[in-house]
Ligand binder design. Structure first.
Ligand code: ADP
Length: 213
């Protein structure tokens, strides 16, 4: 199990800013950002998998777990093959995975989750507005319709929120491995709070790598 990827999870409701922060972290050497939403959107829309993704995302539903895990795994493997992801040296920043307790269980054999960053926004209306705006800017079929957004929130509350408990229980220290960050602050303020939580983890990882040659 020591070969599992050292992982930081970006966790939170749709539209809360996981992707924005993940992309910023990806610019810092030593972090590799992996977003299942981005991986799915980059599929050829005419391919079988691309069509399957559209079928689920356009209704605000989750893609089935086996397909999600397989595509995510293949993408990571391809990035490792290209030298873009260095499994031993990098910290993996996961965004959009796991989205259910079953996915958290399936992920266990691949990822050693060192910290969960929970981007918190209790104001659903502003998330709603953010998502409609993003849909126009980024041409995202899933977020263009209010009823689809509403469905995504329902799925988040029912399937994804319980993932927090999964990690709360699996923490083998007394200190919680979940950091709550107020997602409604400015992007730089959110970033600073995330960095406060994860810089010590990167430092420890660097030192460990140095000591092991
Ligand atoms: P957001 O950034 O709004 O949270 P994403 O871009 O992460 O949304 O995901 C877009 C869509 O991709 C989801 O609505 C879902 O259909 C699919 N998807 C992304 N990640 C997963 C996952 N881990 N499991 C199942 N479906 C997923």
């Amino acid at each position: 199990m020591s070969d599992r990827y050292k992982t930081i999870l970006l966790f939170g409701a749709p539209g809360v800013g996981k992707g924005t922060q993940g992309k910023i972290l990806a610019r810092i050497p030593g972090f590799f950002h992996s977003s299942t939403g981005d991986i799915f959107r980059n599929l050829d829309a005419q391919s079988e998998l691309g069509k399957l993704f559209f079928q689920y995302s356009s209704r605000g539903e989750l893609v089935p777990d086996d397909v999600t895990m397989k595509i995510w795994n293949q993408n990571l493997y391809a990035n490792a093959g290209l030298g873009l992801f260095k499994p031993h040296a990098d910290l993996l920043v996961l965004d959009g995975l796991p989205r259910s307790v079953n996915q958290a269980n399936l992920l266990y054999r691949y990822c050693d989750v060192l910290r969960v960053i929970h981007l918190v926004c209790r104001d659903k209306e502003s998330l709603f507005a953010r998502m409609l705006k993003r849909a126009m800017k980024e041409n995202r079929a899933d977020d263009g319709k209010p009823e689809v957004i509403r469905r995504r929130f329902e799925v988040y509350e029912r399937e994804t929120i319980p993932v927090l408990d999964f990690y709360r229980k699996s923490s083998n220290t007394r200190v919680s491995n979940i950091t709550e960050v107020d997602a409604m602050r400015s992007p730089a303020a959110v970033l600073r709070e995330i960095l406060d939580a994860i810089v010590p983890i990167q430092e420890a990882h660097y030192n460990e790598l140095g000591n092991n040659g």
